[in-house]
Design a protein around this ligand. Structure first.
Ligand code: UDP
Length: 313
């Protein structure tokens, strides 16, 4: 199986490459423009005979003969995707167009990394795939949310119009090793702040909720989706339904790190969703998948990873 992973040096992409390379029957092309991806994430894969890294921005077309395409390329952390919003939108829209064209040419399957952000500030809770969402089309999150929504549309249109094999997953908040410590996301911020003895930055009153999935669980769901029968196109939610407030998360991080850090409260960013939890009924039925790693256990592994990074720095 010749497999392309775009965004392969990013958090999810690199964890996926690591998993795919373990099978000697696979040959993995890892594509990344290194905007937010990090060579550090794939360093141990570079000398594997069935792995090849290509520095490339998927906004531009590329020619590769492949059987499967995992399209993970796009900055996903709000500060990162808001830094160059026009390029973020191009990454989602031109990126998926280029991948769908490649798939059409080589009869490959495209799996699109979509997101719970397509539900916006959801008014239905928990969110099933049938919910159409509540997205601000011209706010600061729109470059990401609308880009991902348009990418889903393109997948389904290429499928209906040209018969391209597609799979769309909607990924909820995920955490774990290889997540950039400077990503600006809540788990990487809280853990690194606690380890450095700095204040934990809680945005708003900290009562907003998120559901956090450990990365190994997510990767298992993603690979199952890719290898599901062709008629399973999705969209399928992948995430952990365990729901926590940011205050509960902060407490858990402080307890596990034994840190004396205090909480400081900052303004809530604009359009920040108040509640988020996946309805994973469909993933259970179609893929026989559900997350196994509870937050407590996944956090311990994440703390270990960031502690290791700090010791090496
Ligand atoms: N958040 C926080 N402190 C931080 C970073 C984020 O309280 O240092 C909040 C943020 O406002 C949001 C939640 O944590 O309500 C999750 O944020 P993240 O950026 O991790 O993911 P997303 O907003 O994309 O779900």
């Amino acid at each position: 199986m010749r497999i392309l992973v775009t965004g392969g040096a990013g958090f999810l992409g690199s964890n996926l490459c690591e998993r795919l390379v373990k099978d000697p029957e696979n040959y993995v092309y890892c594509l990344d423009n290194l905007q937010t991806g990090r060579m550090e994430n794939i360093r141990e894969l570079l000398d594997k005979p069935n792995f090849r890294f290509i520095e490339h921005d998927i906004v531009e077309p590329i020619e590769l003969e492949v059987d499967q395409i995992y399209n993970a390329a796009c900055p996903a952390s709000p500060p990162a995707y808001q830094a160059d919003p026009v390029h973020t939108l191009k990454t989602s829209v031109f990126g998926i167009l280029n991948m769908l064209e490649l798939a059409r040419k080589h009869n490959a399957t495209v799996l699109q990394f979509s997101t719970s952000e397509v539900y916006g500030d959801a008014q239905v809770h928990p969110q099933p795939e049938t919910y159409w969402g509540n997205v601000n089309p011209d706010g600061i999150r729109s470059c990401y949310d609308e880009g991902k929504r348009a990418a889903e549309t393109l997948c389904f249109d290429y499928h209906r119009r040209y018969g391209v094999k597609i799979k769309v997953i909607r990924i909820f908040n995920t955490y774990g090793p290889k997540m950039d410590p400077n990503d600006g996301r809540v788990i990487s911020n809280f853990v690194n702040q606690a380890l450095r003895g700095e204040d934990l930055t809680v945005y708003g009153d900290g009562k907003q909720t998120r559901s956090f999935c450990y990365v190994d669980d997510l990767i298992e769901g993603i690979v199952r989706m890719m290898n599901s029968p062709d008629e399973v196109t999705g969209p399928v939610n992948l995430g952990n339904p365990g729901e926590f407030t940011m205050l509960e998360l902060a407490e858990e991080v402080l307890e596990q790190t034994g840190s004396q850090s205090k909480l400081v409260f900052h303004d809530l960013p604009k359009d920040d969703p108040k509640q988020r939890r996946p309805d994973i009924t469909k993933a259970k039925q179609l893929l026989g998948w559900e997350p196994k790693v509870p937050l407590r256990e996944g956090l311990a592994k994440t703390i270990e990873y960031y502690t290791g990074l700090m010791l090496r720095a």
